[in-house]
Design a protein. Structure first.
Length: 116
């Protein structure tokens, strides 16, 4: 059970780190891309829709959702793996539960349209 607790802590740590990266880097780039997506057609006309900038903006916006889904499921995995050791009184497994829940919430914020 100790090994399972340590695995869940590792997965939870990676998921939380990816969630923090998602929040501070990917979401900011997606906001800039969404602003470009809204304003560029008015500034340069319809030629924006076939340009590489349009594709880059769409990719940046979809990267936010894709990364959010990965963080969402990694958080669920960390919690599920940590539940059994946590119930068997391994204290290190509770770290995996907390990290997994935090990653789950960040992934739910960005990976789903539940909060938009």
């Amino acid at each position: 059970m100790k090994v399972l607790a340590y695995i869940s802590v590792a997965i939870g740590t990676v998921a939380l780190a990816l969630g923090i990266y998602l929040h501070f880097v990917v979401a900011e780039n997606a906001a800039i891309a969404e602003s470009n997506f809204d304003n560029m057609p008015m500034l340069i006309g319809d030629s924006y829709y076939g340009s590489p900038d349009h594709s880059a903006d769409l990719d940046a916006m979809s990267l936010k959702t894709d990364t959010g889904i990965v963080v969402f499921f990694a958080g669920i995995l960390a919690v599920v793996l940590a539940l059994v050791p946590a119930l068997k009184k391994h204290k290190s497994a509770w770290i995996g539960v907390v990290f997994g829940l935090a990653a789950f919430l960040i992934g739910a914020l960005y990976g789903t349209h539940m909060f938009s």
